[in-house]
Design a protein around this ligand. Structure first.
Ligand SMILES: [Zn+2]
Length: 225
C-alpha cells in the first residue's frame, strides 16, 4: 500500500508539506521479545509537551515528553548533534565521539517508565559511549542494529566502508539486547565484557537501507572474541 505524505500528518505540520512521521519510524522486528518497545513516536503534540507513541503490542498512547540536552543546551527531538555530550531525564549520558547522533524521543511511556531513543544516520563512522546506569528504557538505533540498554555501559562503534554501513557493540557493564536489522529475529543478549562484532548493511546512495544480502549473514552473530 502506498501512503502519501499527506495521509499521516502531525497537527504540528498542518500547513506544511512535511512528512511528519517518516523520521520517527523505527523498523523493529514486530515479534521482538519486548512488546513495550515503540515502533513510532511523535514528540510534538500539545506544544511539544506530549509524545504520541505506537508500541510493538499495537497499543497507541500519549505520554509526557521529557527534556534532553546537548552540552547543557536544551536539545530538540529529531535534531542531529555533533561531538559532545547528550544528557537525558533518566540520568543517562551519551558521549558522541566523531560524527553525530540524533535524539528520536524521550518520554514517559504507558507503563510509567522513561523511554528514550537515539539514532545515528548513514555515513556515520564515529562512536557513542552510552552510560545508562538505571532501569529506564534506552535504545540506540543505527542503520545496522538496534541496541536496547538495560542498566548498561556500552559503546556503539559505527563504521563506513564503501556502500556498507556497520555497527559493533561493546558492553562494559549491565545488559544490552542487540537486534540485527537484517533479519526478523529477536535480539542477542550481551552482558559485561561481551561484544558484538560489526554488522554491516548495504546502503543506497539516497541513504535508504537496501535489502539484506542474506548469503553473507550468519543466523547468529559470529562467536565472541
Ligand atoms: Zn505528531
Amino acid at each position: 500500500m502506498y501512503v502519501t505524505s499527506k495521509t499521516f500528518k502531525c497537527p504540528a505540520d498542518r500547513t506544511t508539506q512535511y512528512n511528519s512521521y517518516e523520521s520517527f519510524y523505527i523498523g523493529r522486528f514486530v515479534d521482538a521479545d519486548d512488546p513495550t518497545k515503540i515502533l513510532l513516536s511523535c514528540p510534538r503534540h500539545h506544544k511539544n509537551t506530549r509524545t504520541v507513541a505506537a508500541y510493538l503490542s499495537y497499543a497507541v498512547d500519549t505520554g509526557k515528553s521529557l527534556p534532553a540536552a546537548w552540552n547543557g543546551i536544551p536539545a530538540e527531538f529529531g535534531e542531529v548533534y555533533p561531538d559532545g555530550e547528550l544528557t537525558f531525564a533518566d540520568g543517562t549520558t551519551v558521549t558522541i565521539r566523531s560524527r553525530s547522533a540524533g535524539i528520536h524521543s524521550s518520554f514517559v511511556d504507558n507503563a510509567q517508565q522513561i523511554q528514550t531513543t537515539i539514532y545515528t544516520t548513514d555515513g556515520n563512522a564515529g562512536s557513542l559511549l552510552v552510560n545508562h546506569g538505571n532501569d529506564s528504557k534506552f535504545a540506540v538505533v543505527t542503520p545496522a542494529v538496534i541496541a536496547d540498554a538495560q542498566n548498561a555501559y556500552l559503546e556503539v562503534v559505527n563504521t563506513v566502508s564503501g556502500e556498507e554501513q556497520g555497527s559493533g557493540i561493546l558492553v562494559s557493564s549491565g545488559k544490552v539486547v542487540v537486534e540485527d536489522r537484517r533479519m526478523d529475529a529477536v535480539g542477542t543478549t550481551l552482558t559485561n565484557g561481551q561484544d558484538m562484532p560489526v554488522i554491516s548493511v548495504a546502503v543506497l546512495e539516497e541513504g535508504v537501507p537496501s535489502e539484506p544480502s542474506r548469503k553473507s549473514v550468519p543466523r547468529r552473530p559470529a562467536k565472541r572474541r
